[in-house]
Ligand binder design. Structure first.
Ligand code: HEM
Ligand SMILES: *[C@@H]1O[C@H](CO)[C@@H](O)[C@H](O)[C@H]1NC(C)=O
Ligand SMILES: *[C@@H]1O[C@H](CO)[C@@H](O)[C@H](O)[C@H]1NC(C)=O
Length: 412
């Protein structure tokens, strides 16, 4: 089978830049005050992009971003999305920076998509209906079944895979409610990064105490932390008064498919009903959420609680979390204290991903070699935004002390 060079070339070098000149991208947005442009940042969810809930055959899964994009027809309503469309919509509607959009899209496709046909589409939920093709990794699983590849433990609202009978994709109302309650009684609720860091610690502690197979490897630490950062980073509503954005209870609930009973205040979740609210304004154009933002948010997480960057997992039942020996794992390039400094937590996780993600796809390497190269380029591109120590390899065998890792086929 021929590897489709042209579409991916388009993907990595044209996508995003077509819509907005790359010269307006400025990673110093993290420190400089943003400006607000009401016309450019307004997301029009009327007419063709009005909310339309999924039907029984429409795929919805662990990502509230993609679920809402499908419900508003920014990506196909059936939830089978092309790599390019998932990247473009994440960039244009939610303000992913190009580095993140490319990375998320390519990892999503590699683990969720159909590697047998290389048709460059994937399901944002479970396996596509009626798809009897057996790919090299089995039936294309969709994002819902990418455990310890993309979908990871200690997510903001999704349950841990082994704790909820292999359901790591549905929202668990208890987890959402814990987050919601952190600001419910505030005079001006705002689910900002500080609030999400508190929630992140709760979710991490719950996974240690409740999930005997909790695995918090380098890649999982990055993914499950970043999804916490996405909540204030990508769901906030922007205005002239608050150019850096405010995330209110109503907007949070809406994008998560949650409604609250007007008289009792009781929350309920309708699966797949993630909705972008009317009059919502995205991140500033050219100030997309990038790896530079992630590195800064991870650094704040490390200060907030150093445990949260200490990767590892439960080794023998609940409450048996053992941190990974970072020095041995990285052959002395990093140590656990270094992860608390500067961009090191982000550097370490991305460099580990460079080693672990392709290794997990061994055996299909011939067929997807071109895609793996694109993945490597996307990771290298993200790393090039940071100043990092140089790491040449990791001792992946050290991960085998964690049952949550060994029991998941193709885990990273
Ligand atoms: C190519 C684009 C994207 C892909 C492939 C993707 C994939 C995923 C996957 C697999 C998860 C589950 C991870 C886990 O278990 O922690 C997830 C979670 C999440 N995604 Fe996305 N995503 C994309 C774009 C977006 C966008 C544009 C947003 C903007 C709001 C977003 C927000 C989130 C959030 C907040 C979560 C955490 C869900 C929770 O546990 O509460 N994602 N995404
Ligand atoms: C939003 O889209 C609708 C339908 O396409 C259009 O009629 C309306 O003018 C748009 N509103 C704004 C403010 O652009
Ligand atoms: C976003 O902020 C603007 C300005 O304060 C406001 O008019 C609008 O209603 C807000 N949107 C949402 C969805 O809260």
């Amino acid at each position: 089978m021929l590897y489709p060079v042209a579409p991916l070339f388009h993907l990595f070098f044209v996508t995003g830049c077509a819509a907005f000149s790359s010269s307006v991208f400025d990673s110093s947005q993290t420190t400089r005050r943003s400006t607000f442009d009401s016309t450019a940042q307004y997301i029009n969810v009327t007419g063709p992009h009005a909310f339309s809930p999924p039907g029984p055959n429409d795929m919805r899964g662990p990502c509230p971003g993609l679920n809402s994009l499908a419900n508003h027809n920014f990506i196909p309503h059936n939830g089978i999305v092309s790599l390019t469309d998932s990247i473009d919509a994440s960039f244009n509607i939610y303000g992913f920076a190009t580095d993140f959009a490319n990375l998320a899209g390519i990892i999503g496709y590699l683990y969720a998509g159909n590697l047998a046909t290389l048709d460059l589409t994937y399901s944002i939920g479970g396996p596509p209906p009626g798809n009897v093709l057996s790919g090299l990794l089995g039936k294309p699983p969709g994002l819902s079944f990418t455990h310890n590849q993309f979908e990871s433990d200690s997510s903001p609202t999704r349950g841990d895979y082994y704790q909820f009978n292999h359901n790591g994709y549905d929202l668990q109302l208890s987890a959402f409610t814990e987050l919601y309650n952190l600001q419910k009684d505030s005079p001006n609720p705002n689910y900002d990064l500080d609030v999400l860091l508190a929630h992140r610690l709760t979710r991490y502690q719950q996974s240690i105490a409740e999930n005997e197979y909790f695995y918090y490897g380098p890649v999982e630490m990055l993914f499950s932390s970043v999804t916490h950062f996405f909540i204030p980073g990508l769901m906030s509503n922007h205005s002239a008064e608050f150019p850096d954005g405010i995330l209110s209870s109503e907007v949070l609930a809406s994008i998560y498919g949650i409604s609250s009973d007007p008289s009792t205040g009781a929350l309920s979740y309708t699966r797949g009903h993630e909705r972008i609210p009317d009059n919502w304004y995205r991140r500033p154009i050219g100030g997309g959420y990038s790896m530079v933002n992630t590195a800064a948010d991870l650094a704040r997480m490390a200060v907030y609680n150093p445990q949260l960057v200490a990767v590892g997992g439960n080794t023998n039942g609940v409450n048996t979390f053992a941190p990974l020996d970072i020095t041995a794992f990285t052959n002395g390039v990093y140590n656990s204290a270094m992860l608390l400094e500067g961009s090191n937590a982000a550097c370490f996780a991305l460099q580990a991903a460079q080693q672990l993600l392709p290794a997990a796809l061994q055996g299909v390497e011939g067929l997807v070699a071109g895609l793996l190269q694109q993945l490597d380029e996307a990771l290298a591109g993200a790393l090039s935004e940071l100043t990092c120590p140089q790491m040449l390899g990791v001792d992946a065998s050290m991960l085998e002390q964690y049952p949550g890792y060994t029991m998941t086929p193709h885990a990273v």
